[in-house]
Design a protein around this ligand. Structure first.
Ligand code: HEM
Ligand SMILES: *[C@@H]1O[C@H](CO)[C@@H](O)[C@H](O)[C@H]1NC(C)=O
Ligand SMILES: *[C@@H]1O[C@H](CO)[C@@H](O)[C@H](O)[C@H]1NC(C)=O
Length: 343
């Protein structure tokens, strides 16, 4: 009897503590959110990105891609980073992400340093947003102030990722529809696709357009013949589909080369080249191809809008980006187990 009373009080305490910790992910985002609570946050992330790019320049592209795959699936809440558990199929193995998303360890590194500097303060969702911006800056693209203050999700959904994320075979009209569901305009779609100014894609993502576009048994006619021959050599029929090619002619530099390539029929993915084939998206491709300033401005606008997507679901500041924090009830049950074992 003596030991159950404090325990009961503890349960009540934990219950309220628990309520306090679970906050909604729909909060007001603002620039300089960590200015008082963790003033070093943005420079820590910037330094981690610099180190990661020294190890492997492609880390910039791979990390930047996280923002897209996180924000489109149930808001920018780092759901993408959760590992599968026996009760939850997460997003890492979804159709678009499996064998494709990489550089999770760069986010882990930033998180670890931030937990040392200011424990429990900076969300994984915000790290993705900061690191994506830094990837653009460090490869020669525009700089901008990011809005912060996101919470990390308590779950992830492979099903949602499969339903939402577009295929490399997507047509411009399907992409226009998809982006409009997120209040992103045709201009946003074209500008954000300009992220493919850096990074790589696998043969897996393009073999159908090299050899059997839309089931015709022929290549995509929108491809410039010399470029197609080059890709045929890189990705022969029956070859290793994990081999990677460059998404544009300057894959380590964030510039408007991607759009110049589309104009000359040298887009890597079908979803890239289709932006020049389609009449609604073409005018923006043309504009960005001859006006880098205009591209940079539109890209920043698109990244900020995409970064505003929120689910409104409960959230927390994860201690480890790969797992949700242990809930107080679980800690309680474990403590009880320990007490029982001791007796
Ligand atoms: C418009 C629709 C989009 C489609 C269909 C699409 C599809 C793809 C595909 C298929 C790949 C190559 C994956 C592989 O072969 O393993 C890729 C790579 C990439 N995507 Fe997208 N993407 C789109 C939009 C975006 C957006 C909005 C961003 C970021 C703002 C983005 C950033 C990237 C980056 C940086 C890479 C290279 C990653 C690396 O080298 O690791 N993409 N995308
Ligand atoms: C091309 O695609 C069509 C439709 O998906 C399929 O029926 C056909 O077998 C494919 N051809 C080859 C050579 O793979
Ligand atoms: C691109 O679009 C902007 C804004 O509409 C316009 O001011 C500019 O003249 C266009 N540039 C080109 C080269 O089309």
């Amino acid at each position: 009897m003596m030991s159950t009373l404090p325990l009961a009080q503890w349960v009540i305490l934990l219950f309220f503590f628990h309520k306090m910790l679970i906050l909604t992910t729909a909060t007001e985002l603002k620039q300089g959110f960590y200015a008082e609570t963790c003033p070093g946050a943005e420079s820590v992330v910037r330094e981690v990105m610099k180190k990661a790019m020294k190890r492997d320049p492609r880390n910039a592209a791979s990390v930047m891609r996280f923002q897209f795959h996180d924000c489109f699936v149930d808001g920018c809440d780092a759901s993408l980073l959760l590992d599968d558990t026996p009760n939850m199929l997460g997003e890492k193995l979804s159709l678009s992400n499996i064998n494709s998303l990489r550089s999770y360890e760069v986010i882990d590194e930033a998180k670890e340093e931030l937990e040392n500097l200011c424990p429990g303060v900076v969300s994984c969702a915000d790290i993705i947003i900061m690191a994506s911006r830094d990837a653009v800056v460090l490869t020669g693209g525009p700089n901008w102030e990011v809005k912060l203050g996101r919470k990390d999700s308590l779950m992830a959904s492979q099903e949602d990722s499969n339903k939402i994320m577009p295929s490399p075979r997507a047509t411009a009209s399907a992409l226009i529809d998809l982006f409009s569901e997120f209040d992103l305009s045709v201009k946003d779609l074209v500008a954000l696709s300009g992220s493919h100014s850096i990074g790589n894609g696998r043969c897996f993502s393009i073999v159908y357009r090299l050899y059997n576009q839309s089931g015709t048994g022929k290549p995509d006619p929108a491809m410039e013949p010399e470029y197609r021959e080059k890709l045929d050599k890189l990705c022969p029929i029956g070859g290793d589909e994990e081999i990677i090619g460059d998404l544009d002619a300057t894959p380590h530099v964030f510039d408007n080369q991607y759009f110049k390539d589309l104009v000359s029929g040298r887009g890597f993915l079908n979803s890239d080249q289709t932006l020049y084939t389609n009449e609604w998206t073409r005018e923006f491709v043309q504009n960005f191809s001859s006006n880098q300033e205009e591209f940079f401005n539109a890209f920043v606008e698109g990244m900020v809008k995409m970064g505003d997507l929120q689910s409104g679901r409960p959230g927390e500041i994860r201690q480890n980006c790969r797992v949700v924090n242990q809930r107080p009830m679980e800690i309680l049950i474990e403590t009880l187990d320990d007490e029982l074992i001791e007796k």
